[in-house]
Design a protein around this ligand. Structure first.
Ligand code: NAD
Length: 541
């Protein structure tokens, strides 16, 4: 991979607002109507070929579970191995393509997505993953476009990083891809993450096996089609929907496994890491393991915080996309002096929240992703309802008759180590602990020590000394730390995303740090006039 100075400097894609009558609203509405009338076939894509196993899983709209949107063909063992073979076979040509050639594919994909494919991807993300128009726009349009463009810029900047050359020689660092294939295992909650986990290693010259989350397979499949339309060569990214355990079992046993690019729950990443550990001596090289995993993200308010700002941040941070963002606010620490005002505002606003079918643009929330998620979150709400240590502040209702709907819920606990403050619920549930104002220093330690995760966190305060103090004590409590802002909404190129502790390897998606994991540099030294005598000067007699 060599540098080329003509790479474009990226700017973030503008978020369209979908106001009534806007051109984007008209286009999106037409696309929603069209996709709602289809049951799309979603085959595996192996070496550019569609493989239909006939072993079908339905894709259903979470907010209208009677509505079938697609049929996924789950890949069988032969297809899985064919996909690995296709990735391995495609590697030499793709690795030998110049960075400029590879970049052209992804820059074209960005322009297609910003233009003619925008409504298609957004509509699929809305219907399949139950996102509102705005939540889809910031995900399957803007964030994915940003990943496509910024990765290219960062890759060129990396390639420009070269060693010095002393007189008489030329030194060069060649940013080779890994040898083998990369296994991208992706979550349901962001179309952009699904796409990025596949394209980031591919841009660096790797070939990829992409296993999407079943519940995101509609939008993810359409993104594969977009990459094909942008000219991605066959076999560079192979799309493999199906049983995650069967696919991972086969993939992790192959000696050509060169890396895993994972986003999802901590438990699944632990499983993959453990399996790689057991297989380690059979791999041709040590696989790179990159995983962004769970969170129990905090909002901490100081007594100097502004109650209005805090209430809005809690509401948006905890309930947008039904709390199913890895960065969603899920535990809050509020001083007793502020709590009555904050509670009043949060309850008043929460009661106005409209949720339902995402094709109805007046809704702020859709449904949680599937039956499993609904049952899990509903179970927490039911246990909370019969737990005398938990006070229901607002919400607490669940209704799965049409879709998997859970009302935005705030629960207050007296014990800061209650399971509601420690477990990732991944739904629209915010747990609140109210602390005595004088206990600020102890609360900082509590926030730091309560959860095994360290993904995102936010501090609200007007007092600068309190901000500095919190920032220092909580230095390792979050990989993305927000001051007077909600803990969600990281933007590519602006807030590189990822956390440490049990939240992952913190390789910062949307930054050069992530791309660095997908290269295995070769150092090349060329000596122009090699020595003609083996003896050194000090050996002279
Ligand atoms: P998940 O762990 O259930 O699934 C993630 C992926 O792993 C999917 O493709 C799934 O099919 C696959 N998978 C599931 N079981 C597997 C197994 N036994 N072996 C191999 N693969 C398996 O996660 P999800 O429900 O899709 O996403 C929610 C989780 O993702 C939450 O924990 C959330 O915090 C996390 N997340 C983290 C980030 C981040 O950047 N840190 C971003 C988004 C989501």
């Amino acid at each position: 991979m060599s540098a080329n100075n003509s790479y474009p400097k990226s700017i973030n894609e503008t978020v369209l607002n979908y106001a009534p009558g806007s051109a984007e609203r008209i286009a999106l509405t037409a696309e929603l109507d069209k996709q709602q009338g289809l049951v799309r076939e979603i085959p595996a894509i192996v070496g550019g070929e569609r493989i239909r196993s006939g072993d079908i899983t339905d894709v259903r709209a979470p907010h209208a579970h009677a509505h079938r949107l697609g049929e996924v063909h789950n890949a069988g063992q032969a297809t899985i191995h064919a996909a690995i073979d296709a990735a391995v076979a495609a590697q030499r040509d793709w690795a030998n393509a110049t960075l400029a050639e590879r970049s052209a594919v992804f820059l074209k994909a960005a322009d297609l997505l910003a233009g003619p494919w925008r409504a298609r991807l957004n509509a699929a993300t809305m219907l399949g993953q139950s996102k509102t128009a705005y939540q889809a726009e910031i995900d399957s349009a803007c964030e994915l476009i940003d990943f496509l463009r910024f990765n290219v810029q960062f890759a060129h900047e990396l390639a420009a990083g070269q060693p010095i050359s002393s007189p008489g020689m030329r030194n060069h660092l060649e940013y080779r891809p890994l040898e083998g294939f990369v296994y991208a295992v992706t979550p349901f909650n962001f179309t952009a993450i699904g796409g990025n986990l596949a394209i980031a290693p591919a841009l660096m010259g790797n070939t990829v096996l992409w296993k999407p989350a079943a519940t995101a397979s509609l939008s993810n499949f359409l993104f594969m089609e977009l990459l094909e339309a942008a000219g991605l060569p066959k076999g560079v990214i192979n799309f493999l929907p199906g049983d995650p355990v069967a696919i991972s079992g086969a993939v992790l046993a192959r000696p050509e496994l060169a890396g895993i690019h994972f986003t999802g729950s901590t438990a699944v990443f632990d499983t993959l890491w453990g399996e790689v550990g057991r297989n380690v001596s059979r791999y041709r090289s040590y696989p790179r393991l990159v995983g962004e995993t769970g969170g129990k993200d905090f909002v901490l308010a100081h007594p100097s915080a502004d109650a209005d700002t805090l209430a809005v941040a809690l509401l948006r941070g905890a309930f947008e996309y039904q709390g199913q963002k890895c960065s969603a606010a899920s535990r809050a620490y509020i001083p007793a002096s502020l709590w009555p005002a904050v509670r009043e505002r949060v309850v008043a606003m929460a009661e106005t929240i409209q949720m339902g079918d995402v094709a109805d643009f007046t809704n702020f929330m859709g449904a949680v992703i599937d039956r499993r998620a609904f049952d899990r979150i509903h179970g927490h709400l039911q246990r909370a309802a019969s737990d005398s240590a938990v006070k229901l502040v607002t919400g607490g209702k669940a209704d799965d008759s049409v879709g998997y709907f859970i009302t935005p819920t705030v629960l207050q606990v007296d014990n800061p180590h209650h399971t509601l403050m420690e477990t990732e619920l991944f739904g629209p549930v915010l747990s609140v602990y109210v602390y005595a104002d004088a206990h600020w220093p102890e609360v900082l330690e509590l926030v730091d020590g309560t959860s095994p995760y360290a993904l995102t966190g936010a501090i609200f305060a007007r007092d600068r000394a309190a901000i500095a103090h919190a920032s220092s004590v909580l230095r390792f409590a979050a990989g993305n730390f927000y001051i007077n802002d909600k803990p969600t909404g990281a933007v590519v190129g602006q807030q590189p995303f990822g956390g440490a502790r049990r939240s992952g390897t913190n390789d910062k998606a949307g930054s050069p740090l992530n791309l660095l994991r997908w290269v295995s540099p070769r150092t090349v030294k060329e000596t122009f006039v090699p020595p003609a005598d083996y003896r050194y000067a000090h050996m002279a007699v």
